[in-house]
Design a protein around this ligand. Structure first.
Ligand SMILES: O=c1ccn([C@@H]2O[C@H](COP(=O)(O)O)[C@@H](O)[C@H]2O)c(=O)[nH]1
Length: 229
């Protein structure tokens, strides 16, 4: 199965998003709307993208009581989002509620361990000894699988193991970097080729593409590599 690229619209305002979408034109048909843009502009970003014929991944990483998350997932589905994230650390009841609220047209992706964590920093955040990263990701993937979620979010380091243990789940992999590229605030990065070869269903392309002098050229290069793989 081929990995689908999703472009991260990590920009402050709708005008910036429009400029990037117009620059990429028909080369990109799937966009991620995250906390920065959604907090600034709200649902009109999703409405605008849908009007342009683009699919939307609403990366809100919900974490709240089940009733609240069920309602938010229902709202995301009404907006026309194709994918929505919730945190696995919210627990089974919360993920179940998200799946129920989202319905059949919006896929719930369960965030396992953020790609900005390595094992020691995760241990500090959780207040315990550094967990084994692969085991922690698989534990949260199991929760996603049991809830009937569409997929999970993990790094390229764990995607092969997730595919092996939970073949039904569609892995979405952020932290994508071109070989030798700056890692910024990401701790667990992978190249598009390796994440795709290991079974990523979706690749989130952020700064590796959007901060490049010519985003469309980098995107085309990545697409060619994926098509050849
Ligand atoms: O674990 C996660 C979950 C989500 N993200 C999001 O993906 C992009 C990555 O952007 P880059 O510029 O490629 O670093 C960003 O929107 C994050 O919110 C993630 O990085 N890790």
């Amino acid at each position: 199965m081929r990995s689908q690229p999703i472009i991260a619209l990590d920009v402050p305002m709708l005008a910036d998003a429009k400029a990037l979408v117009q620059r990429l034109g028909p080369d990109a048909d799937f966009y991620k709307v995250g906390l920065e843009l959604f907090t600034a502009e709200g649902p009109r970003v999703v409405e605008w993208l849908r009007g342009e014929g683009k699919r939307v991944f609403l990366d809100l990483k919900l974490y709240d009581i089940p009733n609240t998350v069920r309602g938010a997932a229902r709202s995301a589905a009404t907006m026309g989002a194709s994918l929505l994230t919730v945190h696995g650390y919210g627990g089974a009841a919360m993920v179940d509620a998200a799946v129920e609220g989202a319905g059949a047209e919006t896929g719930i992706l369960v965030v396992t361990v953020l790609t900005s964590f390595d094992a020691p920093s995760l241990g500090i955040a959780l207040g315990r000894e550094a967990p084994e990263m692969g085991g922690e990701v698989l534990r949260l993937a199991q929760l996603a699988d049991r809830a009937g979620a569409h997929g999970i979010v993990c790094s390229g380091h764990e995607v092969r193991a997730v595919r092996g243990s939970y073949p039904r789940l569609k892995p979405l992999v952020p932290g994508i970097r071109l070989s030798g590229g700056a890692t910024h605030d990401q701790a667990r990065v992978a190249t598009p080729e390796s994440a795709a070869a290991d079974g990523a269903a979706y690749l989130v392309l952020g700064r590796a593409v959007t901060a490049a002098p010519s985003p469309v050229d980098v995107l085309r290069e990545i697409r060619m590599t994926l098509a050849a793989g």
